[in-house]
Ligand binder design. Structure first.
Ligand SMILES: Cc1cc2nc3c(=O)[nH]c(=O)nc-3n(C[C@H](O)[C@H](O)[C@H](O)COP(=O)(O)OP(=O)(O)OC[C@H]3O[C@@H](n4cnc5c(N)ncnc54)[C@H](O)[C@@H]3O)c2cc1C
Length: 456
């Protein structure tokens, strides 16, 4: 039996805690929140398959009617594009707090101890090993620290340089997001679709959505770069003009929170340490949906820990987790991250033109937004490339931006094979350098003017 600390009660960490405690390990989860409280007051959707993958029973009321996303253009008269309904993929929708309580109760029932109101400050580093955590309630030691502290994890950001783990996200890696639920004025006119996504039309980089439910309208406004409350007004105004059913009475939420939208960490593990969930930037980088990735990754991590019979939990044995994660999720997530890189550059007018000229179909948009760029590349997109390029002839900047994405996907294909099969320090160092170097080279810098994408 080993002593395992789960630092932060993130989704992936709780899934790992459930499995490791059930297998007889002494698992302690530390979280800064109070018992029964949760810092986000919202409902979330995620893929049902992730719970099945983890072997976690799905409460029936989580099962929801799937809502197809509609991209609504800025221009009057430009048709909106609704993504096709997905066959065979079920969505769950649940109150965030309820899901958190459910996973906590499963972890406790499996034998894990949950310690609330404990703020983690940094990792304990002994030689090359992560040997515990420092908190406001004292220092705690363990054979393995699982970092599920979220995007701003103080464990990850205080790791020593030799761990080769990136400490902080960059400017265009984070969406500063306002989420608020307003009343639904039932007798007001409302758009044909209920789940509508809009790009900003004022030259700032970001997006917003309005989801209409029977009992509320759910507004989300997300921007790269800090946003102040007084900057929200024009965006809320735009949403309400396009959605007369959106009332002004705030029902719940109404806070800013950050979502990582980037590629996962190049290196997830060190001796005695593994990052999972947002602490490893495991979100879906166009939407920031990370619950499903976290639940799947938490399962993979538990499997790697259980397979390590030595109980040393070195980077070598934990690499099995990283390997499985990249094969099943990470490389796909990278392609989505490359596509996302388009977002800070594209203007709302360009999206309008793409829709109105038929440059991109709803199927292509769906494949693009899920990082299934192979589908786009192998499908009709390229067989009709000639006519598309003619359309693009009138939009040279957009043409250049789209061709850069295609070329970046090609460049990433050359990075992928350098992923090491085993944790050999020199190989992992080379991999991290290549991977981070690639994403640094395609990432828009925070001082750059919005315009043509450049690559090195
Ligand atoms: C507005 C918004 C909407 C979203 N919508 C969706 C959605 O619909 N679907 C979806 O799949 N995902 C969504 N996400 C993303 C999702 O929240 C995360 O990707 C997912 O929760 C995985 O993150 P996590 O559980 O690893 O970390 P977190 O959810 O950040 O949890 C981290 C945990 O660590 C604790 N913690 C943090 N710091 C410390 C510390 N210093 N000491 C002790 N404890 C600490 C926190 O209290 C928390 O319990 C959304 C995120 C936001 C912000």
């Amino acid at each position: 039996m080993s002593e395992i600390i789960v630092a932060g009660a993130g989704h992936g960490g709780l899934v790992t805690a459930i499995k490791l405690a059930a297998a007889g390990h002494k698992v302690t989860v530390y979280d800064k929140q109070k018992k029964g409280e949760y810092y986000l007051d919202q409902r979330d959707s995620f893929e049902a398959g992730s719970m099945e993958y983890a072997g976690i029973e799905i409460p029936e009321h989580y099962r929801a009617k799937s809502n197809s996303l509609t991209f609504v253009p800025v221009g009057e008269g430009t048709p909106a594009l609704t993504l096709p309904a997905k066959e065979g993929s079920e969505t769950l929708t649940v109150e965030r707090k309820e899901l958190h309580e459910y996973l906590l109760s499963l972890a406790e029932n499996a034998g894990a101890q949950i310690v609330y109101e404990t703020a983690i400050d940094s990792p304990v580093v002994l030689g090359s090993r992560i040997a515990g955590i420092r908190t406001d309630k004292g220092t705690f030691y363990a054979d393995l620290v699982i970092d599920a502290c979220g995007m701003n994890s103080p464990v990850r950001s205080n790791l020593p340089a030799f761990a080769m783990i990136e400490k902080a996200p960059a400017h265009f890696d984070v969406l500063h997001t306002y989420r608020a639920y307003f009343e639904n004025i039932k007798d007001a006119p409302r758009p044909e679709t209920d789940y509508n996504l809009y790009l900003f039309n004022d030259g700032t980089e970001g997006l917003m959505w309005l989801v209409t439910d029977e009992n509320y309208t759910d507004a989300l406004i997300a921007r790269f770069g800090e946003t102040a409350y007084n900057e929200l007004a024009p965006h809320l105004h735009t949403l309400s003009l396009r959605n007369p059913q959106m009332g002004t009475k705030l029902l719940r939420g109404g806070y800013f929170v950050d979502i990582p939208v980037r590629q996962p960490l190049a290196v997830l593990v060190a001796d005695g340490y593994a990052a999972v969930g947002d602490s490893a930037f495991m979100t879906y980088s166009l939407k920031g949906s990370g619950i499903a990735y976290s639940i799947r990754a938490g399962t993979m991590l538990a499997n790697a820990v259980l397979a390590d019979e030595t109980g040393f939990f070195t980077a070598e044995t934990l690499w099995e987790y990283e390997k499985q994660f990249f094969r099943e999720i990470g490389f796909g997530a990278c392609r989505i991250a490359i596509a996302k890189n388009f977002l800070p550059y594209v203007t709302a007018e360009e999206v309008d033109r793409m829709f109105s000229t038929g440059l991109i179909s709803s199927e292509e948009l769906e494949a693009f937004s899920e990082g299934r760029l192979e589908t786009v590349i192998k499908g009709r997109f390229f067989s009709t490339l000639k006519s598309k390029l003619q359309i693009l002839g009138e939009m040279p900047e957009l043409r250049s931006k789209l061709l850069t994405i295609v070329s970046n996907i090609g460049r990433f294909a050359a990075v992928e094979p350098s992923f090491p099969n085993k944790f050999e320090r020199a190989d992992v160092e080379k991999w991290a350098e290549k991977y981070n170097g690639f994403f640094n080279s395609i990432r828009r810098s925070d001082t750059e003017e919005s315009g043509i994408l450049t690559t090195d």
